[in-house]
Design a binder for this molecule. Structure first.
Ligand SMILES: Nc1ncnc2c1ncn2[C@@H]1O[C@H](COP(=O)(O)OP(=O)(O)OP(=O)(O)O)[C@@H](O)[C@H]1O
Ligand SMILES: [Mg+2]
Length: 300
């Protein structure tokens, strides 16, 4: 959990921002709550906080006592076996599910009672484990949908009307092309999203989420189905997105090279509860984690 290099968090606000460190050897700070943040975030209000979050589905407790405090430019990971509750946590954080217990603060504001769209507008955006794009729309139109915070609507008529309207706006077109540039996808702008290869669809989903101008980006298995070269490129681009947009990124992933290579803080979930939290190094050497998960993943 905690390491030798952790100290008690200070509570003063307003420390000078610093450039996020490059890969590995992050220094994590133990907070008074059961949370860790990178040292550079000390004294700043976490952008996302959840305390004692939980949800029951009938007799099944899918998530229990989940706590997180994310620094504003932190990249964190959530790992654990199938069915551990990882996606359910994303559904809780985005108000797709109403928590049975616990609190979520987004940039200091309680999200209780807000709709999915309202929470998105407050600053949290996500991608889905099972890709959800508007397959018949173009790549660019999918990004334009993000600008309108319209992710909640699946009424194609609405979407087409909005996208037609925005298409007249050169400004939005330019913004969309800028976003597509992150993954060098400008040349695909007029392709139907449904015709893209799987990896490109995953990348487009990230861009659509980014188009909603989030403070926190949640990625549910972003590297799933990608080949090693695509995965390596995605890692670099996720770090670039964090640096360029100065946002926090929380990701779920079963690809341990990806998680260990990119995350500063990792939480391990098992049967709905966090069983360990720490740096990649701490997590890889934690016997509880090896027993519950990593041993089965074949990670050295
Ligand atoms: N709406 C729901 N109703 C009932 N049970 C649910 C619901 N959503 C999730 N669950 C249950 O909650 C548990 C956690 O599921 P979840 O999808 O969060 O797992 P996960 O960690 O994302 O797994 P995976 O790695 O396979 O994606 C599972 O037992 C699942 O069946
Ligand atoms: Mg899942």
């Amino acid at each position: 959990m905690s390491s030798d290099n952790t100290t008690k968090a200070e509570t003063t606000v307003g420390a000078a921002p610093s450039t996020p460190p490059k890969r590995h050897r992050p220094v994590l700070v133990q907070m008074e709550t059961p949370n860790l943040v990178p040292e550079r975030e000390l004294g700043k209000m976490p952008v996302l906080q959840a305390e004692h979050l939980g949800i029951d589905f009938g007799g099944l407790t899918a998530v229990d006592d989940f706590n997180i405090a994310m620094g504003r430019t932190e990249i964190s990971g959530l790992i654990g076996p199938n069915g551990a509750g990882k996606t359910t946590i994303f559904n809780l954080l985005t108000n797709v599910y109403k928590p049975t217990r616990g609190t979520i603060l987004l940039d200091g504001y309680d999200t209780a009672g807000k709709s999915v769209v309202e929470v998105n507008k407050m600053g949290i955006a996500r991608t889905f484990q099972n890709i959800r794009l508007f397959n018949k729309m173009t790549v660019e139109e999918n990004v334009l949908v993000g600008f309108g915070n319209s992710m909640s609507t699946h009424l194609l008529t609405d979407v087409f009307r909005l996208s037609k309207h925005w298409k007249q706006e050169a400004e939005f077109h330019d913004k969309a092309m800028d976003l597509l540039g992150i993954f060098s996808m400008q040349g695909l702008a007029h392709e139907r999203a449904g015709n893209l290869p799987y990896g490109a669809q995953r990348r487009l989903e990230i861009l659509r989420a980014l188009a909603t101008n989030p403070k926190v980006l949640l990625l549910d298995e972003p590297a799933a189905g990608m080949n090693p070269a695509e995965t390596e490129e995605l890692m670099e681009n996720i770090e670039k997105i964090r640096d360029d947009f100065q946002i926090a990124i929380l990701l779920i992933e079963h690809d341990m090279n990806f998680v260990m290579g990119i995350c500063e803080v990792i939480g391990v979930l098992d049967y709905g509860r966090i069983i360990a939290k720490g740096t990649p190094e701490e997590i890889q050497n934690d016997p509880k984690v090896i027993e519950a998960y990593l041993g089965k993943q074949g990670v050295k």
